[in-house]
Design a protein around this ligand. Structure first.
Ligand SMILES: [Fe+2]
Length: 294
């Protein structure tokens, strides 16, 4: 089976491209690359693309860019997808730096673009705004968590990392504890988009900068139970929830457990189904506001 090995980027549609562009460049601190009247490619320090902003009717995440290893074959993945009933389109030059890609739709209606070209980070302006190092994960509200997890694991090769009962699941595609997560919601939508920062100090200075720029923290700081990352959340100008995090659990696949950390309360820390209690959400820090999970 050919497995996705990285979340490359998220495409975010917006009714106000200029306003979102200002936030993602000057507040979040991503660097703008190629752009035209309706699309802007932005990247964090370690990415080629992290976010594609696209002019649209409403705020929504409409596409994920996913990567397979350079030595893997796109044609073989195309066959793998087709054998699972997925309608796949092969596209040439779908975007700058991606000469060959597969495009299809996942069960929740998000367009997925898969490519295998080596992604070289491009120079960043650096030192502006929160300036995360890389895109981390995308969380979605979905109506049918089990069906979405089944597709991502059995068709795209993601692995189970953690769940809270049967309504919240975290999946990984590399050592990072999760690159996507799915929580049951009343409607299908992106729940949050997360970026990794270097460490606790970077998180603190980011929050200082964001609050001064008019983007207060809506949840955090705290340390999650599932994934054990330290976190803060705020909203972008369209109301999309943006997470900044550090110290995410790292899977030691050959050992079958997460790299031991001093704050783990299970030794070894293994993938598991957590009960729905506060420890799954937080080891410490404030609990989420009542409307956080929609
Ligand atoms: Fe998250």
């Amino acid at each position: 089976m050919i497995r996705i090995n990285r979340l490359a980027y998220a495409t975010i549609e917006t009714p106000d491209l200029d306003r979102q562009s200002d936030y993602y460049r000057e507040v979040l601190g991503l660097t703008a690359g190629y752009s035209d009247r309706k699309t802007i490619f932005l990247h964090a320090a370690l990415d080629r693309h992290s976010v594609i902003l696209r002019s649209g009717d409403r705020a929504a995440c409409t596409e994920l860019g996913l990567h397979i290893a350079h030595h893997e074959n796109l044609s073989a993945l195309q066959t793998q997808l087709a054998s699972n009933g997925v309608v796949v389109e092969r596209r040439s030059d779908s975007q700058p730096g991606v000469a060959d890609s597969l495009v299809f739709t996942d069960p929740k209606g998000t367009m997925i673009t898969v490519f295998n070209e080596p992604e070289q980070p491009v120079p960043t302006t650096g030192g502006v705004g929160a300036a995360p190092t890389t895109i981390g994960h995308v969380a979605f509200n979905v109506e049918d968590v089990a069906a979405t997890v089944d597709f991502y694991c059995n068709v795209l090769g993601f692995r189970f990392s953690d769940a809270i009962e049967d309504f919240f699941v975290w999946l990984r595609c590399n050592p990072n504890h999760h690159s996507v997560n799915f929580v049951r919601g009343k409607r299908i939508k992106m729940h949050h988009l997360a970026f990794e920062v270097r460490d606790w100090n970077h998180l603190q200075t980011s929050c200082d900068f964001l609050s001064k720029a008019g983007y207060p923290t809506i949840w955090g700081p705290g340390r999650h139970g599932c994934g054990h990352n330290i976190f803060t959340y705020h909203r972008d100008p369209d109301g999309n929830i943006i997470e900044l995090f550090a110290e995410l659990d790292q899977m030691r696949e050959e050992l079958g457990y997460f790299e031991p950390r001093p704050w783990h309360r299970q030794r070894p820390q293994q993938p598991k189904v957590w009960p729905s209690n506060p420890a799954a959400s937080n080891l410490w820090g404030p609990m989420p506001p009542p409307d956080f999970l929609d």
